[in-house]
Design a protein around this ligand. Sequence first.
Ligand SMILES: NC(=O)C1=CN([C@@H]2O[C@H](COP(=O)(O)OP(=O)(O)OC[C@H]3O[C@@H](n4cnc5c(N)ncnc54)[C@H](OP(=O)(O)O)[C@@H]3O)[C@@H](O)[C@H]2O)C=CC1
Ligand SMILES: N[C@@H](CC(=O)OP(=O)(O)O)C(=O)O
Length: 381
Amino acid sequence: MLEGRQLKVGVLGATGTVGQRFISLLGDHPFFVVHALGASPRSAGKPYEQVVQWKLSQPIPSYVRGIVVKECKPQNFADCVVIFSGLDASVAGDIETAFRAAEFAVFSNSKNHRRDPDVPLLVPLVNPHHLAVIPYQRSLHSPPLERGFIVTNANCSTTGVVVPLAALERAFGPLDAVLVTTMQAISGAGYPGIPSLDILDNVVPYISGEEEKIQWEVLKILGGIVTDADDKTKASRLPGQPTPKTFDMHASHPLRISAACNRVPVLDGHLATVSVRFVRRPPPSPQQVREALEQFTTEARHLRCPSAPRTPIVLHDAPDRPQPRLDRDYEKGSGVAVGRVRQCPVLDIKFVVLANNVCIGAATSSIMNAELSIAKGLIQV
Ligand SMILES: NC(=O)C1=CN([C@@H]2O[C@H](COP(=O)(O)OP(=O)(O)OC[C@H]3O[C@@H](n4cnc5c(N)ncnc54)[C@H](OP(=O)(O)O)[C@@H]3O)[C@@H](O)[C@H]2O)C=CC1
Ligand SMILES: N[C@@H](CC(=O)OP(=O)(O)O)C(=O)O
C-alpha cells in the first residue's frame, strides 16, 4: 500500500491509558512513525519520559522517551498526516474538530463525535463500509475539506459485543432482541481511575453512561448507509453516483437491546454475557451459531491491514473460557474470544465474549481504522 514508506503520525492524549497503548503498538508499525505527542498543558514542554506515568510491563520504548510533549494545537503537529486521539472526553470534542478543520485525518477513541450523523462509528472488524460517508463529511465544510476527517472508535464494551452480533447477522439475518451484561476491567476508567478501596473485594454495578452507549452504538454500527438518493428532501451535494451521507441506525430491522454494566477487579479485558433472539424462525442451533462465529471473516484482513487478526473470533470449547487473564492477549488483543455458546430458554442463544478493552476496544481499533482508510484511498500517501 505504502511501498515501504511510513506516514508521520501524532498521538493526542499520549500520556494516558490509551495513549500508552498507541505508543507501544506504533513502535514498529509498517505504515506509521510517531512524530509528535500531545497531552494537557500540564505535560506540555517536557520530555515524554518525565511526564508519563508509564503503566505497561514493557519499558517506555526508547524511540519516544525524549520527544517533547506539545499542547494539542494543530500547528504543533504540522508535519503529521494522521492523528490518533486518546484524549480525555472533557476536551476531545473541540480539539478533534480543530484538527479535522486543519486537514488532519483524525482517529478518535472518545465518545464526543460518535453520534455525529456524518462521522463513521467504526469497529474495524465489522463495518469498514461506513467509511463511504467520509466524502460527504468533508463536503459539509466550507470550503470542503480535501484531506481532513474524523473517524471514531466505539465504546470498548460495544466493540466486544458487536463483533459476534455482526457475525450472527451476516449468517442468519436480522436480530430481534439482545440482552448484555458486562464485567468491565478497571483500566477502562483510565488512570488513576476507580479508587482501590472501591474496587478491591468488590463489584460496582454502575458505570456512568455505559449502558446507554452500548444500546445506541450497536444500532449505528450494525445499521446501513443512507444516500442522498434515499433522502428526497435534500439535493445532492456531490456530483455523480448517489452520495452515502449518514447511517440508518438499523432502521430496516429494529433491534431491541438492553445492557447492564458492572465494574470488576480485573486489570484489562471486558467480559460480557450475551443472549440473542433472531428474527428468523426457527432460530439457528447452537452448533450452527458456533460455525458462523468461526467462519466470520473481515474486510480488514482481506485488505491486508497489518493489525487485522487472522481469526477475528476465536471460539472456545472449554466450559470455563474465555477468561480475561487467559484470553485478553489473543492475537495481541486484536480479536475477540467467544465461549459457552448454548441454547437460551428465554431468548434463542446465549454466549460469553471477551474483548481487550485497551487493544481492540481502543488503540488497536484506531490503528486498524487508519489502515483501512489508507487501503480505501481516503488518506493520500
Ligand atoms: N481506557 C479504555 O479502556 C478506553 C478509553 N476510551 C476513551 O479514550 C479516551 C482516553 O481514555 P484514557 O486513556 O483511559 O484516559 P486517561 O485519563 O488515562 O488519559 C487522558 C489523556 O488526556 C490528556 N488530557 C487531559 N486533559 C487535557 C487537556 N486539557 N488538554 C489536552 N490533553 C488533556 C491527558 O494528558 P495529561 O497526562 O497531561 O493529563 C492524558 O494524556 C477517553 O475519551 C476514554 O473515554 C475508549 C475506549 C477504551
Ligand atoms: N467507559 C468505558 C471506557 C470508556 O472510556 O468508554 P467511552 O470511550 O465510551 O467513554 C469503561 O469504563 O470501561
